[in-house]
Design a protein around this ligand. Sequence first.
Ligand code: CP
Ligand code: NVA
Length: 333
Amino acid sequence: MINMGVNIRGRSFLTLLDFTPAEINYLIDLAGDFKQMKRSGTPHRWLEGKQIVLMFEKTSTRTRCSFEVAARDLGMGVTFLDSASSQVGKKESIADSAKVLGRFFDGIEYRGFKQSTVEDLAKYSGVPVWNGLTDDFHPTQMIADMLTVKEEFGSFKGRKLTFFGDARNNVANSLMVVCAKLGMHFCACAPKELFPAEELVKKCREIALETGAVLEFTESIEQGAKDADVLYTDIWLSMGEPAELWEKRISLLLPYQVNGKVLSMAKKDAIFMHCLPAFHDRGTTVGEEIYRKFGLEAMEVTDDVFLGAQAREFDEAENRMHAIKAVIYATLK
Ligand code: CP
Ligand code: NVA
């Protein structure tokens, strides 16, 4: 239940680097409490009368819907603002937009490119700002992911989570941070040129000294999968990266595809996780195009794993909504 010793009211949620392990655990548990309320049909319109705005410069299914449903469940009003139909960025600077939006809304969600944009929104709006994904971080995803891990294993300390793929993307960066904060064993399994940036690794190593976390970086799939409790992967080319990079990324990352063989090298009760969306078949326009150009039926994960008994990506997706509700509530209550 709600930890009375932790209070993050009025804070922005830009990166988990800004939060203590106690605060992160509080959000994960609060997300679990909201999940129970949602499932039992217990009303929780605790923020009635408040208004939030959702700014999206990149596309989204889960994050947008999570914020909208969470806000309505909490009794709040929600406005959606995208870059195509608003003045933001084109005719009005982020600072000016933030000053306007801060007068209308109690909180602002932003998904886009630079981390400095969410930082500026927080600086100039005067209200809590939530990072719905930038090129660097995806912190709301982490609360959902760690709720999923806790539901499966009951605890975090010492659990090994291995990320296969582009280990310097927003999701991998955020996983390294959250694992460091929670005393887990984070392993980046990738070609060296896709290892996380040294500067972030350094920060996480400092955190790990306090929490007992282990950070591992390997190019070996066997080493990455060995003793893993969680096998995690993400798309090989993130939003905002040029499509010309597909060919290079595919040749670098094909050996790191999470398939049945890789899964069989992990612990027996290991689970598979993916933030989604995933290229696990040819059922998307991009997936079909990749098949025609490169002959691949799947990219970062194969169907046997994605549809298999150890897969948890849809529980994870559901948890996005409960996690985002926890973040909104804890910062605005
Ligand atoms: N995982 C995630 O952020 O999904 P969306 O891009 O659909 O929001
Ligand atoms: N790394 C992916 C995550 C999508 C949720 C991207 O940025 O496109």
